[in-house]
Structure formats: C-alpha cells, structure tokens
Design a protein around this ligand. Sequence first.
Ligand code: PEP
Length: 251
Amino acid sequence: MRRSMVAGNWKMHGTRASVAELIDGLNRQALPAGVEVAVFPVSIHLAQVVEGLKGVALSVGAQDCAIEAGQGALTGEVSSEQLRDAGCKLVLVGHSERRLILGDSEEQVVRKFAAAQAAGLIPVLCVGETLEQREAGETLAVVARLLDSVIDALGVAVLSAAVVAYEPVWAIGTGLTASPQQAQDVHAAIRARVAAKDAEVAGGLRILYGGSVKAANAAELFGMPDIDGGLVGGASLNADEFGAICRAAGN
Ligand code: PEP
C-alpha cells in the first residue's frame, strides 16, 4: 500500500514576511495522518520554514540541488549534503522550469538525482511532455526517455528511495489540468515501464501528478489508481487551499 503524498512547490515566491504568514496558515491546517505532506521553499527560506513548522507533521524539501553531493568550488550552488544539514528530507530534480528555462540537461538531472540520494535525500524526479510533444503523440516516449535516463545510469533500484512526479509542461501554471484519465494513462505507463525492470519497485513507487492541481480538482485526480498524490505549485502558496488538497489525498 503506497502512502499518498502532497508536495507544495513554492517556486521563486516569498519574502520572510509572506513565508511567516504561510507558516502560520500551515500551522492551523488539519493535515490528514495518512498523507505525507511536504513543502519546497526557496533555499534562503529553508531555515525559517524548518523552524516554523517544527511541530507539524510535514517534511521540508528543496527545489534543486547541485550535481555534487558534498562541498566544493561550485559558486552559487547548494549541495544535497548542505540541504540535508539545513533540515531537508526531499529535493525536486528535473522540474521542467529547470530543464526548459535554466538548461538542466538529462545528464545533470541524473547527477543531481544521484547526489541527492548520496546525501540521504529523497529525490522527486519530475518528468513531463510539452504541448507540442503531446500534440505530436510523443507523450509516452518523452516520459519514458526522461525516466530511462535515470534508470539506465543508476539502476532501477534507486527508484525505491525516490518519488516520480508526472508534470505535463502545458498544465504547469496555466490553469489547464490533464484530465484524471489523461494523467492516469501516463502514470500507468510509468509504473509499467518500471515494472518491466522490477515489479516490486514499481508497486511501491509513488507517482505524483502536477499541473494546476487545486482543491476543486484534487479529489478526482487522486482517485485514480496510479495517482499517489500531487506536486502542487500555485495553489500551495495558499495554506487553506493547500490544506484542502492534502485532505483530498487523505480521503
Ligand atoms: C509545479 O510547478 O510543479 C506545478 C505543478 O505548478 P502549478 O500547480 O502552479 O501548475
């Protein structure tokens, strides 16, 4: 039985003051016990969030990590070891904004994934197709390629200590959501691809859906058999809305 997860990606949002308000709001939420809840603030707010949510059953994660796990000469980067030291349990790797806007290559994503695990963090590997790729009928091939780049380099067993997030690029921050069936089809294909290499790893793998998840559509999405929760961007900046999404995953 897979434990559902709802992860809030705060992206490049927040000031110390607005983050304090969000922390207050999250402290007031009734979060369901059966759901793993995590938030991903920007790095400079990690300490504030870890401290502010101490009493809440919620994990803190980072939005990215360096290609090396330890410390060294890599100006501007934050390593997985440093994120762990700051109180993180998870880290996003390969978010489409990093792949498409900031130029993270598949090779870099693999190195970040490995560096995360080397430091004891759980990587949340994000995969998804652009609108052009979907319209060209390439969705499953693209998702398979992004997944395989990690499996081929590191072995399928690494997915037993990781989470996968299917995030169609055309649904991120656009208000467009994949229908529950569209999402389920891709999630099932991801699980089948992993199962072809290792059925046990596939059975335990949590696959989150991301792309304009909100309280109004969460329950329907999370009701699909291969959707194990959500990676939530915009809606995670509102504590009440995020709390409602978490509760939808608990039902
Ligand atoms: C995201 O950034 O991972 C995301 C899914 O964003 P949104 O929920 O705003 O579409």
